[in-house]
Design a protein around this ligand. Sequence first.
Ligand code: KG4
Ligand code: ZN
Length: 383
Amino acid sequence: MNLMNILAIETSCDETAIALVEASGGLRAPKFRIVSSVVSSQVKIHAPFGGVVPNLAKREHIKNLPIVLKRVFQNSPSTPSLFRVRASGSRTGPRGKFDLLAVTVGPGLEPALWTGIEFAKKLKRELDVPAVGVNHLEGHLYSFLLSKKAAGTTHKARSAKRRLDGFEFRISNFEFPAIALLVSGGHTILVLMESLAKWYKLGETRDDAAGEAFDKVARMLHLSYPGGAELEKLARKGRADTISFPRPMIHAKDYDFSFSGLKTSVLYYMKELSPSVFNVKHSTLKNDIAASFQAAVIDVLVTKTVRAAREYGAKSIMLSGGVAANRALRRALQAASRKLRANFFVPPFKFNTDNAAMIGVAGYMQYLKNKTRAIRAQGNLNL
Ligand code: KG4
Ligand code: ZN
């Protein structure tokens, strides 16, 4: 399979991200080199509002996209000169050497999605290259192909070819069937993968996503937005067995999730406490609440993933999405995978939260599957 140069663009939420991805190997043995991946976060701009403001995000994306594109090419000295020429805005370089443009079309905030789409359309016209619309969730789903190591460490894992320095990823030991757990700020989905091209959704959250629950509880603990990573820091200092928060739907026969009740339990627990408990800077109780809440979320996620892996005889388990950056979750699912003798894959930290490298990966898969998807914003797109 010939090498493809993919320029990927992601603007579904509050991260303006562009990546240059080299892909080859086809659907059977895909291989990627992340030539450059730049993410410009708007977190500070939205933080005072406690959430992402769509029109602010749109304004920032429009401002940031050309700057991020420029940085993508500055960051990649090995990039063919024509890319550098095009990025700098000069029209003297040869045209049309990109093979593919990949742009996120949903799910996400439509005003934000449109900015990336318009930017991609402009580049498509200028460079005269094909473009594919990418489902952001497929980006997360396929991000395991960027795992720097097969963390499950079965003997086969060691045969994976990996060259971390150049960000060259070729994982040769993913075996199917596989169970993929996708946990982000907007979604919590369990997927059965029969192959790289064929997969089914087994279940998803009925209310809050796991990341959303982390963010809401973080807010109750007066942590800054978005809060998931901050909550994890507190949790590390706390005791997870202090408060026994509920594990919603842990024994339900299906593969759906629910985190809204857990969040409410934390709220009720905190209402019973004197506010002065939280006014001290280093509150051990705060740490314990964080640790106990985190343990409840992880317990549900791991238990249901393991049950699905057993039922379908999974040979691999994948973890992706922003919440996959949580070290305790990574460790717990890795240990569970080892017990099941399944390979465990999780992308490096920089590819857990939103980025464009994963959009390049999913764009390649989309292109190979020859499936078309309209290049227009689809805010409610699902897997
Ligand atoms: O995938 P992502 O960047 O955006 C969406 O597609 O939603 O995920 C963002 C989510 C946020 O809810 C954030 O709080 C959560 O991922 N997150 C974490 C951690 N890092 C990010 N949650 C728990 N622990 C973390 N270390
Ligand atoms: Zn995401």
